[in-house]
Design a protein around this ligand. Structure first.
Ligand code: PGA
Ligand code: ZN
Length: 428
């Protein structure tokens, strides 16, 4: 007989995120007595097509209160889920989707929904007595993802000090996740030393990367390349650069305004600039290189380098199955960024990943700039077999908690567990 355990209680509470802003935590209890918990993260450079994060508005906390979202967890969501089988996670997520009844969680809030969806998954794992990644993987072989780690923050995460939002490293030359972290620690340290020597050290940005006290976007790229070399690694072969351009933040209708350089580019100019950077710096991956509604620009870039370079859609795809399918057909990107709160249920985000895989695209599970100590995404990447994980930088415990959780998971899976490694960045 199929196992089951009814949901007996769903409870929401307001807690605080890494930026000191209110966020939603949900707790779900099963008849078996097992409890699971989930916390909603929050973005700063959000895609226009993301599911809605329900905020109170008004004057308290700059309008960012979550009183209504928390009330929705205790009210409409609890009413819809009570009595449902907590072990049938997809069915519970469908109940959440139905209780909201809108395409973008406008009624209940994606922050309320995702906290509950994650809490249900944790409760089910506790009931089964297994780690969440193992529950999610089922019969599938778990893969340890290649980490993508920020060294310099920028864009909306650093007062728009530079245009590029994330300057990150990936370590295709590393033999294991643990080794990739160790290399990144050396590079992060080297970057800090270089900034210190130049008198440019000015704390860190939202995700823990060094504050980008640079005169130009290119100076940031040059400094990151220097840090990789100073730490003793061979660019491209061992360690490459991954950029999140987050172009929707400074461009619309195919026109892009580079504030730092004081010039406006059309989509062709931006593609030319990016290709110039790719030629001169060890860049292996570009996220949101063009604006979220500039499909034409994405297609232009993909036609030039889509078989040799990773082109990631974040604001473009918003973890949405239908948008991923369309992007695959039109050739707009070869990799989808997967952020659970962009949709509001784990089911929908997993479906976006399945759609991407079916279309031959790759994926990266990602944190948000506003994070918490919740480590669910580490389990999602491993359990769903997504080959990359993006969590922000190599400092601040809301980031380190996730990196450290993957270390524990890898250890639990044993020395023979597969590491996505360099293969994660191969196209086609
Ligand atoms: P966000 O940034 O969480 O502020 O959206 C992260 C990203 O763009 O990948
Ligand atoms: Zn992004």
């Amino acid at each position: 007989m199929k196992k089951s355990s009814a949901i007996t209680a769903v409870h929401g509470r307001q807690v605080w995120d890494s930026r000191g802003r209110p966020t939603v935590e949900a707790e779900v209890r099963l008849a078996s007595g097992h409890v699971g918990r989930g916390m909603a993260p929050a973005g700063a450079s959000k895609g226009r097509h993301e599911a809605l994060e329900l905020r109170d508005g008004g004057s308290a906390f700059g309008g960012l209160g979550v009183t209504q979202a928390v009330a929705n967890v205790d009210g409409a969501i609890a009413a819809a889920l009570r009595g449902a089988d907590g072990l049938d996670r997809d069915a519970v997520d469908r109940l959440l989707i139905a209780a909201d009844g809108t395409p973008n969680k406008v009624r209940l809030g994606a922050n309320a929904c995702i906290a509950v969806s994650m809490a249900v998954a944790h409760a089910a794992a506790a009931h089964e007595g297994v780690a969440l990644h193992a529950l999610l993987a089922g019969e599938r072989v778990c893969v340890i993802p290649l980490p993508e780690i920020q060294i310099f923050g920028g864009g909306a995460h650093a007062g728009r000090r530079i245009d590029i939002q994330d300057l990150m490293v990936v370590c295709p030359g590393a033999a294991s996740f643990a080794e990739a972290l160790a290399w990144t620690a050396e590079i992060y340290g080297a970057a800090g030393e270089i900034m210190g020597e130049r008198g440019q050290l000015a704390g860190v940005a939202d995700e823990g990367g060094f504050w980008p006290a640079f005169e130009s976007n290119e100076a940031a790229l040059a400094t990151l390349t220097q840090a990789i070399e100073k730490a003793g690694y061979r660019p491209v072969e061992q360690v490459g650069i991954a950029l999140d351009i987050a172009a929707s933040e400074f461009g619309r209708d195919g026109r892009y305004k580079l504030a730092l350089e004081g010039r406006t580019l059309d989509r062709q100019d931006l593609v030319t600039l990016l290709m110039d950077w790719v030629g001169r710096f060890p860049i292996l991956s570009l996220e949101d290189p063009l604006g979220e509604d500039d499909g034409e620009g994405f297609a232009l870039l993909m036609a030039q380098c889509g078989t040799s370079l990773q082109i990631v859609g974040d604001d473009l795809l918003v973890s949405d199955s239908a948008r991923v399918r369309e992007a695959a057909v039109l050739g707009l990107a070869n990799t989808v960024l997967l952020k659970p709160n962009q949709r509001g249920t784990l089911l929908e985000v997993r479906q976006a990943w399945e759609t991407a895989q079916a279309a031959g695209m790759s994926g990266i599970v990602s944190a948000r700039s506003g994070e918490t100590e919740d480590v669910t995404i580490a389990h999602l990447a491993v359990g769903w077999g997504v080959p990359q994980l993006k969590v922000g930088s190599f400092s601040r415990s809301e980031r380190m908690a996730k990196w450290n959780e993957v270390l524990r998971i890898a250890e639990a899976l044993g020395p023979d567990v597969a590491f996505a490694g360099a293969g994660a960045l191969k196209q086609g």
